[in-house]
Design a protein around this ligand. Structure first.
Ligand code: NAD
Length: 503
């Protein structure tokens, strides 16, 4: 492994950071109060780079979920009645506070989820973007008037907040993935209960509570219950109070959450896994395709739903592509995210590492060749490039969620499309060609919610629809699409003239 050049930045205790609550992070955020863990079990939060504990948070119980839902429901009506400018202003203030606490946040991204500085910058920008656009939603789409087939009737379509929104998020981009629901939900007048992932309860949840508290959000509108998914997740997702259940995470858990929510007539919004293909056609600019391929595979150790899971490369470029990608992978500095210059940090925990390494080993046993990496040291998995891969090998057929680039050859554009679509997922993808019309044909044929031509799949813009098809989820996030999800439309008609009834 190549080592970054300079030393590790010293970090004070995360409980003493400026953004931390007065008594540290070991609390739930309920009704505007930081409620200490008390008798509850605690969840230790560990730095994946050093394996040292950084703090603990309470392991929320089903009773905590019930209380949070009741509080959010009570607070919601009054909040929805506040003028939209006021709701927007609170979200805008929380957004500006992200900038003020940028250093604290970068530290937390590093020590809680193994994010290098570059990833901290991406996540900060994404969180701010979603908050800016979210704040603006408070004053958008106030409903409309519609013609009526009945003489003398006026139809009004009035948009109202959904009510209480339940939010369950994962550990990979915790602040952003929570903000992209919480910020628009609050701006639109909803109450929110957020359960962050147990690996990242600070950046996924309690940090947002701190930001919104400092921004002046009234008590009870946002509540954060850290907790283990397998302990309180079922209770949370089948809770009768929320009108919307937003889940970001694996397809397996997402299916379960969706089924339980629908059982309560709660609308599910599901952003799930991906098996994204990076397709390099025979006339691609090889250097651009490799640059994009390396970025799309190794950023944040490949732990994004929209990372490249498979590289599909035309046979005429295959050998050159594999060699160039392996060179890039081997040169990436691996290490503690707090070391300057690090580009590849640790993966989040042992079970993720074992899954990634297992998929590599099984694929090598099935005939794949390791061209770079392939090894690991504790939670540091080397950026790995595999050649001689087929679409059926475990590392290609499954979402590996690691710094792994399996490269698969193909002969024709049609074969590339068939391979790309040969998965239950349909989240993102990319196509490289110097002929934009040819690339467009392939992009059109890819069964995904998002495709990027002459780029890589890792794109998210706060005003553009984000989401997938198939096992990658239901619904779209960002801007007007999340506004649809987080509001409901009510038809109010006014019969201004007496109506003639048939009897
Ligand atoms: P996960 O499904 O294991 O966990 C996600 C969340 O679900 C966590 O908060 C967890 O505590 C909770 N959970 C676990 N069991 C639950 C249950 N029975 N009921 C309710 N909640 C439960 O996912 P993960 O491993 O943390 O995250 C990685 C997955 O998330 C990958 O598949 C990735 O592709 C996906 N993801 C998707 C997007 C997207 O926008 N489509 C974004 C990021 C991650």
């Amino acid at each position: 492994m190549s080592e970054p050049e300079s030393g590790v930045t010293e970090v004070e205790s995360v409980d003493d950071l400026d953004i931390a609550p007065e008594d540290g992070w070991n609390a739930l955020y309920l009704d505007g109060e930081w409620v200490p863990a008390g008798e509850r079990e605690e969840i230790p939060v560990e730095n994946p780079a050093t394996r040292e504990p950084i703090t603990s948070v309470p392991s929320g119980t089903e009773a905590d979920v019930d209380e949070a839902m009741a509080v959010a429901e009570r607070a919601q009506d009054a909040w929805a009645e506040r003028p939209p400018q006021e709701r927007a202003a609170v979200v805008s203030r929380a957004c500006r506070l992200i900038e003020e606490y940028a250093d604290d946040l970068a530290t937390l991204f590093a020590v809680e989820c193994g994010g290098v500085d570059l990833k901290a910058q991406f996540e900060t920008q994404l969180a701010q973007g979603t908050m800016e656009v979210g704040a603006g939603l408070a004053m958008r789409d106030g409903g409309r008037r519609a013609e009526s087939v009945t003489p003398g009737k006026e139809n009004l379509l009035v948009r109202e907040p959904a009510g209480v929104v339940g939010v369950i998020t994962p550990w990979n981009f915790p602040l952003y993935l929570s903000s992209r629901v919480v910020a628009p939900a609050i701006a639109l007048g909803n109450g929110v209960v957020l359960k962050p992932d147990e690996n990242t309860p600070l950046t996924g949840g309690l940090v947002l509570a701190a930001l919104f508290e400092a921004a002046g959000l009234p008590d009870g509108v946002l509540n954060v219950v850290p907790g283990y998914g397998d302990e309180i997740g079922d209770h949370f997702s089948a809770h009768p109070t929320p009108s919307v259940m937003s889940f970001t995470g694996s397809s397996e858990v997402g299916r379960r959450v969706g089924e339980r929510a629908v059982g309560q007539f709660t609308e599910p919004a599901l952003e799930l896994g991906g098996n994204n293909a990076h397709v390099v056609l025979s006339d691609a600019d090889l250097e651009r395709a490799v640059d994009a391929g390396a970025f799309g595979s190794f950023t944040h150790q490949g732990q994004e739903c929209i990372s490249i899971n498979r590289h599909l490369v035309h046979e005429s470029l295959y050998d050159e592509y594999v060699t160039a990608l392996a060179d890039r992978a081997g040169a990436l500095p691996i290490g503690d995210p707090l070391e300057e210059g690090t580009l590849v940090g640790p993966v989040i925990n042992e079970s993720q590492r074992d899954k990634i390494v297992g998929l590599i080993e099984e694929s090598v046993a099935a005939g794949a060749t390791v061209e770079a990496g392939g090894d690991y040291d504790d939670l540091f998995v080397e950026p790995t490039v595999l050649s001689d891969v087929t679409n059926e090998m475990p590392v290609a057929a499954n979402e590996h969620f690691g710094p792994v680039a399996p490269v698969i050859p193909f002969e024709t554009d049609e074969e590339a499309v068939r391979l790309a679509n040969d998965t239950e997922y349909g989240l993102s993808g990319s196509v490289h060609s110097t002929d934009l019309s040819r690339a467009r044909d392939v992009a059109d044929a890819m069964e995904t919610g998002m495709v990027h031509i002459n780029d890589q799949p890792l794109n998210d813009e706060p005003h553009v629809a984000f989401g997938g098809v198939g096992a990658s989820g239901m619904g779209r996030y960002n801007d007007e699409w999340i506004l649809e999800t987080l509001t409901t439309v009510k038809w109010i008609s006014v019969q201004r003239e007496p109506r003639e009834y048939p009897y």
